[in-house]
Write a protein that binds this ligand. Sequence first.
Ligand SMILES: Cc1cc2nc3c(=O)[nH]c(=O)nc-3n(C[C@H](O)[C@H](O)[C@H](O)COP(=O)(O)OP(=O)(O)OC[C@H]3O[C@@H](n4cnc5c(N)ncnc54)[C@H](O)[C@@H]3O)c2cc1C
Length: 394
Amino acid sequence: MAHHQIVIVGGGTAGITVAARLRNADPSLDVALIEPSDKHYYQPLWTMVGGGIFRPEVSGRDEASVIPRGVKWIKDAVATFQPNENQLTTRDGQAITYEYLIVAPGIQVNWDKVKGLKESVGKDGVCSNYSINTVGSTWKFIQGLKEGTALFTQPAGAVKCGGAPQKICYLAEDHFRRSGVRDRINVIFTAAGPRLFAVEEYREVLEKVAARKGVETRFRHNLTEVRSQSKEAIYHHMDTEEEIVIKYDMIHVTPPMGAPDFVANSELAGEGGWVDVDKFTLRHNRFSNVFSLGDASSLPTSKTGAAIRKQAPVLVENLLSVIQDRPLTAQYDGYTSCPVVTGYDSLVLAEFNYEGRPAETFPFDQAQERFSMFLLKKFGLPALYWHGMLKGRV
Ligand SMILES: Cc1cc2nc3c(=O)[nH]c(=O)nc-3n(C[C@H](O)[C@H](O)[C@H](O)COP(=O)(O)OP(=O)(O)OC[C@H]3O[C@@H](n4cnc5c(N)ncnc54)[C@H](O)[C@@H]3O)c2cc1C
């Protein structure tokens, strides 16, 4: 049976960032990382891939190239946790024991929860930015549409980066306008929630953006089925319980998401199936040698890589405190960020904390659309990610 001092589950944004920080802090730590995939993706770039700015391959690197030197890669997937025995079991049947565990397997995309979606996505005008396998189809269908209805959806519940479903809608609208077909296309954005954005300051701006662009917004609309043969989207109205049918020519679907099943079915899960951690210290509420961060955690903030950039140093400091038998002092304030692309030359950089109050980086009003912030998203943030965050430096 394999044993490691620290085991990290998931080699995505959170797992790699924490592994790098741990190794930087103390190269003598015995750290193992369990990750089944050969590839690591910078998912925020998928918005731009869907908008035709980058090709899909640009968003990925070999997993081996992002795993920090000295960290043991166990190329397998975790199947079950036995936290009372400080042990987990992988899909290949390996049992691995640990002294400390960090759980970061991300959020699960539930394609099955919309009838007809799994079979149709990538074909017949149905596309989605939420997988490397389908993101290429988004640009294909946006580019190919010359008239009709372009429909964009946002489901109920948590998704990766709450503003991302809107970003692709605004890019598509801008593309239709720039290519001279805008007046022949209805652009509709539907959301299961009651408003465009949770934070008041940014919501007001985004409502104006949608109005200026002539994007029709429909709220409390939860997509339940895609009928790709007849090009119909079927919704359940969350208040009136009615069934609503919208005909489309292209549809970008943000699928429902949730806690990964193997986490939700484990003793580590709390409400909603997420890994049940203290929202300030990131330590598990019942198992004191377990921590979690990122999309799989119960942290009540928008699920973004930007949030992980602030969670990782807190987790690492607190874990080192536990190892050295010191009190936990580092605290995460709920910081998250969502760069809402509003066109091919504009972006609103929303940054806020647990209180839903703006927590902005720059000394100007970030609620305004800016070209400089678009350039930051296109060039600055990917460089910061690959060379700073994943190396445990920023
Ligand atoms: C279209 C889109 C746009 C986005 N835009 C932004 C943005 O503008 N800004 C921003 O900050 N964030 C954005 N995000 C969100 C950001 O990508 C995620 O919040 C971030 O990647 C979450 O990191 P994570 O490590 O928790 O999960 P992930 O990075 O998804 O990594 C999870 C890892 O766990 C692995 N795993 C899964 N199951 C198991 C298992 N059983 N055992 C072991 N390993 C497992 C997976 O293979 C994966 O490598 C966007 C995401 C998308 C899809």
